[in-house]
Design a protein around this ligand. Structure first.
Ligand code: SF4
Length: 215
């Protein structure tokens, strides 16, 4: 008897993950969809902090607004500022691989940043910039209502969890975000993994942790 792909992979010891069917109740209703559009428009013309002076364009986020998985990085870099999309370029391709290895696709998750505009020379965000911009991300999280948040890198994790703990302290645990206690797992930033590829296996264990927290 012919084995299907799932049986074959499992027989050779590879776990097969499937994206669960979307919860229909999670879909943005028309009112929420209008709020989303208005939010995107507000961000595109935002001048609440000085980063608007040096940006090429804002980077609102990309993906499925009904996603179960929300990946959040710190801020757009040079490529993202040019393209208007988070996590593009080499680091973006590696994030795509991490997402794919999780049994998901870039289109089936949502990817955003704490800041919607690029800090000059990719410096770390200033606290007043985060305070100005965080309201947009909070609204995105409220509307998407994800089952899990993946904080990508130290800066994103520290800002989301309001802590100055190190990556060593933050990784490997399930944290929670906001009043809804959305599970949050911290992974290394792909830009760091490009410099330190031996750390990649740790990301996989963090993704397994994230899967366990929502299954
Ligand atoms: S970083 Fe955020 S708060 Fe600052 S100008 Fe851009 S969108 Fe507005």
């Amino acid at each position: 008897m012919l084995l299907d792909r799932k049986d074959t992979l499992q027989k050779i010891g590879i776990d097969v993950y499937h994206q669960r069917k979307k919860d229909a109740a999670k879909k943005l209703n028309s009112n929420q969809a209008d709020v989303w559009k208005a939010l995107e428009k507000n961000v595109s013309s935002c001048q609440k902090c000085s980063l608007h002076e040096s940006r090429t364009q804002t980077v609102f986020g990309v993906g499925d607004t009904n996603a179960d998985w929300l990946f959040i990085g710190e801020a757009p870099g040079k490529d993202e500022d040019i393209k208007g999309e988070p996590f593009v370029g080499r680091a973006g391709r590696l994030l795509n691989e991490i997402i794919f290895a999780s049994g998901l696709t870039r289109e089936s998750v949502f990817i955003a940043n704490i800041l919607k505009c690029r800090p000059p020379n990719n410096r770390d965000p200033h606290q007043e910039e985060v305070e100005s911009c965080f309201v947009y991300l909070k609204k995105q999280i409220e509307l998407i209502n994800p089952k899990i948040i993946i904080a990508v890198g130290k800066i994103a994790a520290q800002q989301l969890l309001n802590t100055d703990q190190t990556m060593a302290d933050l990784r490997g645990s399930i944290h929670s975000f906001g009043k809804k206690d959305i599970p949050l797992v911290v992974i290394y930033h792909p830009a760091y993994l490009l410099r330190s590829p031996t750390q990649k296996s740790k990301v996989w264990s963090d993704i397994v942790l994230a899967k366990e927290s929502i299954n």
